[in-house]
Design a protein around this ligand. Structure first.
Ligand code: TPP
Ligand code: MG
Length: 340
């Protein structure tokens, strides 16, 4: 089955499909989750500018409809894995925002004890298995997890994210082949924001459209507008159920935009200011807010209160991260060097 839509076609005619079943409370929670992710990432950007966070740092701003739609489709025992643009995805999976911010600050109270940093957020109890810095590396690793789920008959699925800049990695193609041959319960998700680290996908890819790679390996695929929360949820819910019920891989392509650079040091010379403004006009958060108000689910005032609460929470989170203790220096070698 294939679902198509144009990037940015705000879907005021939703809900349809699976999203139509979502209760009002869930819709409001999804809105709050997107707003909290946005405010978290803005707070992260500010702290980075002040030198409180160091090293590589990739913000998820603009792509929140994907993380929230995806997490809503998973069971707690399923596994989510991703690349390096992960703070918001970990939040969507239920990793506490404070533990993520503490990790970004390199503090002992971080979810990886301050040893992982921005690209290596993990919380196994919450089903969030990283956080991987090498482009594409998480994809074969996720297939290993899906293999274990099948072998142990857990009934769980693995969902793995990667960027459009990763689709040409050889390991991903090997993984697609094995996932199809072995019938693994895995959901591959490419977040196609049209740009890699320093250039446009259209300049480096012979795959057009990207789902040709799924066709080649006989993997079912969906495409959707990743700037629309309900369309995103619809696609994820169908894909996850299919992977679980049939023990088969699925490939999802989320058309989306990231409103910031690849990382904090990216001047973004591969797109013009006008292009960026055009992409921002399809911001998933005001789009979903308008939908909620139009449908009578809530009011503008109530949504503004959600935003104010998120801003206040992020201020507190930054203060607590600043005050948190540093890790014991002994830990630096503990997980690196092994005694003979
Ligand atoms: C094996 C490997 N090669 C190169 C890099 C450097 N690198 C980091 S991200 C990236 C491409 C990112 O593009 P995309 O996956 O589309 O991510 P986006 O920034 O759009 O989220 C590259 C080449 C790396 N981390 N690992
Ligand atoms: Mg990209």
């Amino acid at each position: 089955m294939k679902q198509t839509s144009q990037l940015g076609a705000h879907a005021h005619n939703f809900p349809r499909g699976r999203a139509a079943e979502l209760p009002k409370e869930t819709l409001l929670k999804m809105y709050r989750d997107m707003v909290e992710q946005r405010r978290f990432e803005e707070a992260t950007g500010r702290a980075y500018g002040l030198g409180k966070i160091m090293g590589f740092c990739h913000l998820y701003i603009g792509q929140e409809a994907i993380s929230v739609g995806a997490a809503a489709a998973l069971r707690p025992s399923d596994v989510m894995m991703s690349a390096y643009r992960i703070h918001a995805q970990a939040m969507a999976r239920g990793v506490p925002a404070q533990a993520i911010m503490d990790e970004l600050f390199g503090k002992a109270t971080g979810c990886v004890q301050g040893l992982g940093g921005s690209m290596h957020i993990f919380d196994i109890a919450k089903g969030f298995w990283g956080g991987w810095g090498l482009v594409g590396q998480q994809v074969p690793t996720a297939a290993g997890v899906a293999f274990a789920q099948k072998y142990q008959s857990t009934g769980d699925v693995t969902m793995v994210f990667f960027g459009d800049g990763a689709v040409h990695q050889g390991a991903i193609h090997e993984t697609f082949n094995l996932a199809s041959v072995w019938g693994l319960p895995i959901v591959f998700v490419v977040e196609n924001n049209q740009y890699g680290m320093g250039t446009a996908l259209s300049r480096v890819s012979s795959l057009e459209p990207l789902h040709e790679m799924a066709d080649a390996y006989k993997i079912r695929h969906y495409e959707f507008n990743g700037m629309d929360l309900l369309e995103s949820y619809d696609a994820f819910a169908d894909a996850v159920d299919y992977a679980r019920e049939h023990s088969r891989p699925v490939y999802l392509e989320a058309h989306c935009s990231r409103f910031r650079g690849h990382s904090m040091s990216d001047p973004g010379k591969y797109r013009t200011k006008e292009q960026l403004e055009e992409e921002k006009a399809h911001d998933p958060i005001p789009g979903f807010a308008a939908f909620l108000v139009d449908c009578g689910v809530t009011t503008h005032e109530a949504l503004e209160a959600v935003d104010e609460a998120a801003k206040a929470e992020m201020k507190l989170i930054l203060e607590r991260a600043e005050a948190a203790p540093w890790p014991d220096p002994e830990l630096i070698s503990k997980y690196v060097l092994v005694s003979p």
